[in-house]
Design a protein around this ligand. Structure first.
Ligand code: ATP
Ligand code: MG
Length: 231
C-alpha cells in the first residue's frame, strides 16, 4: 500500500495529560496505519486510551510526541483555525451522547454542517432530505432531539456526520447509551452507510460484540497497541 491508501498514520505517538502535578500517560508510543474506505474498530478496556486516540484523529488535540497524519496532513502543523477548517471539511463525528443541537429539528441538525460550509440552499435541501431518508427518518424531520428516541437521535447524528461527504467518520462508543437491540440496529445502519458511501469509518468500543462487522480491528491496552487483526 502506498501512503494515499491510509486514512491515518500514527508514528510512535505519546499523549500525556497533567493532573495537577501528576502526569498521566494515556498513549505510550502507538504506531499504526488505518486503511481508507473500511470499517475499522478500536477496542480496549475502559481507560485504555480510545477516546484520547480519537481526539487526536479528530484534530481536537495534538500529541505530546510522535506524528499523527490524518488524510495525509500532519495535524501538529495546523494552527487552531486551520485545524477547525480541516475538521469541518474532512471529518464527521458521531458521539456517545449524540451531541445534537436541542433547539434545532432533525432536519436542521443534519443541514447544519452544510450551512457552515456555505453550500447553496438547493444543494443543502437535497442532501439533507436524502440523508434523512437514508437513515429512515423522513417522517420525523420536524422533531427536535427531545421528541426522538435514543436510537432515532443517533440516526440523526449519523446523517449529520455523513451529509458533507467526509473522508473520515469517527465514532466514539456510539452505542454505549443505547439498549443492545437499538445498539445493534445502529451498528447495522453504520455498516450499511459505510459500505454505500465508501468512507473510512473508525469506531471505538469496549464491547467485543460490535466487532462483527469490522474489517480491521485495533486492540489497545493501557496506552499501547496490543493486536491488529484483519486486512
Ligand atoms: N483530560 C484528561 N486529564 C487527565 N487524564 C486524562 C484525561 N483524559 C483521559 N485521561 C486519562 O487517560 C487515560 C485514557 O483515557 P481515555 O478516555 O482515552 O480512555 P478510554 O479508552 O476512552 O476509556 P472509556 O472506555 O472508559 O471511554 C485514562 O487513564 C484517563 O484517566
Ligand atoms: Mg472513551
Amino acid at each position: 500500500m502506498n501512503n494515499s491508501e491510509f486514512a491515518v498514520r500514527l508514528t510512535d505517538v505519546k499523549k500525556k495529560y497533567l493532573m495537577g502535578k501528576v502526569e498521566v500517560e494515556a498513549l505510550k508510543g502507538v504506531s499504526l496505519q488505518i486503511p481508507i474506505k473500511k470499517f475499522n474498530v478500536i477496542i480496549g478496556p475502559s481507560g485504555s486510551g480510545k477516546t484520547t486516540l480519537l481526539n487526536l484523529l479528530g484534530c481536537i488535540d495534538i500529541p505530546s510526541s510522535g506524528c499523527v497524519e490524518v488524510c495525509g496532513q500532519d495535524i501538529a502543523r495546523l494552527s487552531d483555525k486551520q485545524a477547525s477548517d480541516f475538521r469541518a471539511e474532512n471529518i464527521g463525528f458521531i458521539f456517545q451522547n449524540f451531541n445534537l443541537i436541542p433547539v434545532l429539528s432533525a432536519y436542521e441538525n443534519v443541514e447544519y454542517p452544510l450551512l457552515l460550509m456555505k453550500k447553496p440552499a438547493k444543494e443543502r435541501r437535497e442532501l439533507t432530505l436524502k440523508m434523512l431518508h437514508d437513515v429512515g427518518l423522513s417522517s420525523h424531520k420536524h422533531h427536535r432531539p427531545n421528541e426522538l428516541s435514543g436510537g432515532q437521535r443517533q440516526r440523526v447524528a449519523i446523517a449529520r456526520a455523513l451529509v458533507k461527504g467526509p473522508k473520515l467518520v469517527l465514532a466514539d462508543e456510539p452505542t454505549a447509551n443505547l439498549d443492545s437491540k437499538t445498539g445493534q440496529s445502529i451498528i447495522d445502519l453504520m455498516y450499511k452507510m459505510q459500505a454505500e458511501s465508501h468512507t473510512t469509518f473508525i469506531f471505538s468500543s469496549h464491547d467485543k460484540q460490535v466487532m462483527e462487522h469490522a474489517e480491521k480491528v485495533f486492540e489497545i491496552h493501557d496506552g499501547l497497541l496490543m493486536e491488529e487483526r484483519g486486512k
